[in-house]
Structures are given as structure tokens and as C-alpha cells.
Design a protein around this ligand. Sequence first.
Ligand code: SF4
Ligand code: SF4
Length: 120
Amino acid sequence: MGVNDGVVEVPASDPTSTMSQEKEYDCMDCGACCRCFPIFATEDDVVLEPQIKEKGIRVENFLRTDRVAYRMHPLPFLDACAFLKEDKLCRIYETRPEVCRKFEPGSDQCIEARQRLGIG
Ligand code: SF4
Ligand code: SF4
């Protein structure tokens, strides 16, 4: 999420074709995943990036799990992750939460996020 570039192989539209077409997913001018989904950081993420504690919203005790401790997308006041900059890049890219590190350009969720925001 944020600034990785992804190049994935997607099936050609003709299912009988043996060819595949390559589609590029450019995170540099996107940030759709950082705007579409509720994103949660863990306590381990906070150790790596203490700003999450300040900018995120602490999840109520009864809802907290090992994977859910801080909400990065503090609705209703912001419509994107608190760390997404106006240039669509991640302010804490080097120390972003694990869930963001695992998010893959070209994944089904990536494509869904882009489609929701009309990026295609
Ligand atoms: S939606 Fe996909 S292309 Fe866009 S920033 Fe996220 S991972 Fe990158
Ligand atoms: S921490 Fe960075 S990569 Fe993760 S959702 Fe926020 S802006 Fe996107």
C-alpha cells in the first residue's frame, strides 16, 4: 500500500488465448487502498511507529485483538488513513503497519479499491 509499484500478470480477456497481458498498478499516483478500507494497526506496529498512537484512534478494549488495536482511518473526521498525504503517498512508508506491508498491488482488494475510486 502506498508507494510500491506492482506489475502482475492478469489473464487475457479471451480465455482460449494462451497469451497474457501485463497490467501495471502504479501506487505512486493512487493510494486507493488507503482511502477505501478500514485499516487497523497492532500494538507491535505502534512500537515500530509511535505516531500511530497519536494519529490513529485507539480501539475500545472490548473490540481489541492481536490484530486490531488502532484505527488508522479515523472516520467520520477523515476519509482516508491519517498518514496518507495529499500527494497520495504514505507519510510513514518505512514504518507503516504490517497489514500495509502485506497489501499487494494487483491483488483483488487493490483492484477493488481502484475501481471504487474510479482509477481502474
Ligand atoms: S490500491 Fe493498489 S495500486 Fe493503489 S496504492 Fe493500493 S496497492 Fe497500490
Ligand atoms: S499507513 Fe500508509 S500505507 Fe498504510 S493505510 Fe496509511 S497511508 Fe496507506
